[in-house]
Design a protein around this ligand. Structure first.
Ligand code: G6P
Length: 610
């Protein structure tokens, strides 16, 4: 989704802005642009459709030099991807603005401003904001006051960064519903929608809160909150090394992130479990109190995070004996729901900025859920700040649009949480110890699966020329099959559907033939015999099977049945281990097909608009 970078410095900012945009490329976008105030106090602007590289070429041909600038990657919402719709937008020749989010009342403002003589050159909602600020600037003569007045008129979600050639020594920024972070430098300061954009220039960040407006100068940062009070926002240091945003020896971020899983799963469990127990305090100082009377868990998430929630439902009901509902945020937020007493509201989000998930959380708080727990990967994100209890996954920055390490660390955190909850609901110490021991084995087991990479790469060749595929699982492996299908469709563009294997006869069997590879995850559990009967049904219709199975499950390879043996794993932790071969399979199919693995078409890493 759209990305923002801005800088005010002693040095020329063009290179800082370009590098910032490159680092935001992973979010998904379709055009890019930059505006700099030059030595003659004029706004110079460049905008290009396509990749940041195209913008870099345009700038190389016509350099933009100056000490103050803003830049943007746009993911089209209002108006097609085109040069005129790309940001920065201008009002006249002197004001430039970049915007993330959506202005809902833009049409009425557009009519009003047009009646006042402002001319529009794009179809975007952002241009309305540019003219609105310029209108107030003409009335009030100060950019800061003009931005303050303009945002009173806006409905919707936004992060804005504005510069004016009449005030060439500062940026004005604000946020409401879209993230914005200030990067603190020495004799220079920066802003961005994501701290990753600024890692080459600083590791110190201030996260703006909802309703904040800030004046950013090279040697001074002034922030006011929604009520107009001056406020200080804490400076935090970025904890992961700057090179977590580099691919290193790997060809793609996705592959690097798949390979990081043993390390980040370990980091996610560290400090939260002993040899045999979950450390409840590690879930938050108030955890014991909050978990004590939970009678229902409502999980809300989107995309891959939703699949993590679906796995957690099996755990929560089995181990804690607490009813659990799981729903995608975009559905939950638009329907009437019955709130059961003492419901814990649990949001799962890698980014902590997904618009639908945040909207659902805000609604839930108003509706009176017992407490809100967040499982999240980004410190300082909106979700983290707005929840009562937070369990941070320790995945480090995830750059590949297709989520991998975020998912397995979410599952690790969710399992630890489940054990904490289960203890309040009668789980025996012995059973807890057994599962904690299984959690300790995860890094090694995931490494063992990674060692099968070359075999999985070989297997991937069978998918290269296929248009459709089916993923089957039963029990807690059904959401694993869903996640496997999502990975394949996201990055290889092969249509992939997931089904609970028991549903085969109710429809999908009609599709099975030799052109429809069927992928199955088969750890050794109570359902494995039933699953094997389902595989027979597929085989009898000429379907080619690709089965990831526990040795003890005893699935025999034969004509049309390809079996890859996985290490023996505890039934409860199996969803985490069995996710990994499916990630590798999708990755290799996408590489063979030559798609853009890290930035698949039409998708964004962080969906901060509805
Ligand atoms: C986008 C990303 C997915 C992600 C989903 C939810 O669709 O491409 O990888 O799972 O958003 O994002 P979140 O940050 O809330 O987990």
């Amino acid at each position: 989704m759209c990305g923002i970078v801005g800088a005010v410095s002693e040095r020329d900012v063009q290179g800082i802005l370009l590098e910032g945009l490159r680092r935001l490329e992973y979010r998904g976008y379709d055009s890019a642009g930059m505006a700099v105030i030059n030595g003659q106090h004029l706004v110079q602007r460049a905008r290009e459709v396509g990749k940041v590289a195209a913008l870099a070429d345009a700038i190389e041909a016509n350099p933009l030099a100056g000490h103050l600038g803003i830049a943007h990657t746009r993911w089209a919402t209002h108006g097609e991807p085109s040069q005129v719709n790309a940001h920065p937008h201008m009002s006249g020749e002197r004001l430039a603005i970049v915007h993330n989010g959506i202005i809902e009342n833009y049409q009425e403002l557009r009519d009003e401003l047009r009646a006042e003589g402002f001319e529009f050159t794009s179809q975007t909602d952002t241009e309305v904001v540019a003219h609105l600020i310029e209108k107030y600037f003409r009335e009030q003569g100060k950019l800061y006051e003009a931005v303050k007045a303009a945002i009173q008129r806006l409905r919707g979600a936004y992060a804005l960064a504005v510069v004016h050639a009449d005030e060439p020594d500062h940026l004005v920024v604000c946020r409401e519903g879209s993230p914005l972070v200030v990067g603190v430098g020495i004799g220079e300061n920066f802003i961005a929608s994501d701290q990753l954009a600024l890692l080459p220039v600083t590791d110190r960040f201030m996260f703006l809160e909802e309703g904040d407006i800030a004046d950013i100068r090279k040697d001074n940062i002034r922030i006011h909150d929604r009520s107009g009070q001056p406020v200080e926002r804490t400076i935090t240091r970025f904890e992961h090394g700057a090179d977590s945003a580099d691919k290193g020896e790997y060809r793609h971020f996705m592959l690097k992130e798949i390979y990081e899983q043993p390390k980040v799963i370990k980091a996610t469990m560290e400090g939260r479990i002993t040899d045999s127990r979950v450390l409840e305090q590690a879930l938050g100082t108030d955890a014991a109190n909050l978990l004590d009377n939970v009678r229902h868990v409502q999980i809300i998430a989107c995309g891959t995070s939703y699949h993590a929630g679906m796995v957690a439902r099996y755990w929560i009901e089995e181990l804690a004996g607490v009813p659990c509902s799981v729903e995608v945020a975009s559905e939950f937020r638009y329907r009437k729901h019955v709130i059961q007493p003492d419901t814990l509201f649990l949001c799962i989000s890698q980014s902590g900025e997904t618009a639908d998930t945040l909207a659902a959380l805000r609604q839930a708080k108003q509706a009176g859920f017992r407490a809100a727990l967040a499982i999240c990967n980004v410190p300082g994100s909106s979700l983290v700040r707005e929840s009562d209890l937070v369990i941070m996954t320790q995945a480090g920055p995830e750059i590949g649009v297709a989520s991998t390490k975020a998912f397995t660390t979410q599952l690790t955190a969710l399992l630890i949480f489940t054990l904490g909850l289960a203890r309040h609901n009668g789980l025996s110490e012995e059973k807890e110890a057994g599962i904690v021991a299984a959690i300790h084995q995860l890094p090694k087991q995931v490494s063992d699966v990674l060692a099968l990479d070359a075999d999985i790469e070989e297997m991937s060749k069978a998918f290269m020329d296929k248009n459709h595929s089916l993923f089957l699982g039963r029990g807690s492996q059904f959401p694993v099959a869903m996640e496997g299908a999502l990975k394949l469709k996201e990055i290889s563009y092969i249509h992939a559907e997931a089904y609970p294997a028991g549903e085969l006869k109710h429809g999908p069997l009609a599709l099975v033939d030799s052109e429809m590879p069927v992928v199955t995850v088969a750890p050794n559990n109570d359902l494995v015999e039933k699953l094997k009967s389902n595989l027979e049904e597929v085989r009898a219709r000429g379907g080619e099977l690709f089965v990831f199975a526990d040795k003890a499950a005893d699935v025999k390879p034969e004509e049309g049945i390809h079996v890859m043996q996985l290490p023996s794993v505890h039934e409860i932790t199996a969803p985490i281990v069995y996710t990994v071969p499916l990630q590798l399979l999708s990755y290799h199919v996408a590489v063979l097909k030559g798609t853009d693995v890290d930035q698949p078409r039409n998708l964004a890493k962080s969906v901060t608009v509805e």
